[in-house]
Unconditional design. Structure first.
Length: 128
């Protein structure tokens, strides 16, 4: 049975989006050249993944001579917010409080990060 297409970014798609967010527009060859070597990807895999991203509405292509140049249609921050909302709904019952409590209880947040988060929470609490 074929795997259901995800409207969200897969790990492979995210790798290509990271390149495009930093260096766009870019041809398939330029994306491939800027990808980390691990794991290596074939040219055909990159072009197929870019076409999938285009179908999903994350990128578009512009014809430049014989080559296509790809550029993101979704900003990195927007993709982060969408992924966070999706994760919050899937794993944390849609509760920002449960998500944050889990993060803090994990012990993975250091003192400096906690201070920055406190400031962000205070700032958010002061907004109308």
């Amino acid at each position: 049975m074929a795997r259901k297409k995800s409207p969200h970014l897969t790990e492979s798609e995210l790798r290509l989006m990271e390149v495009l967010w930093s260096h766009s527009p870019a041809t398939v060859a330029e994306v491939l050249e800027r990808l980390p070597d691990t794991p290596p990807l074939a040219y055909s895999t990159v072009i197929t993944t870019l076409r999938i991203l285009e179908t999903k509405g994350f990128v578009r292509h512009i014809k430049d001579g014989r080559a296509f140049q790809y550029e993101p249609l979704v900003a990195r921050d927007e993709a982060r917010r969408t992924a966070l909302r999706q994760m919050m709904h899937r794993l944390f019952e849609g509760s920002p409080e449960l998500l944050m409590a889990t993060l803090f209880e994990s012990g993975d947040v250091d003192r400096k990060e906690l201070q920055r988060l406190r400031k962000l929470i205070e700032k958010a609490g002061n907004q109308p």
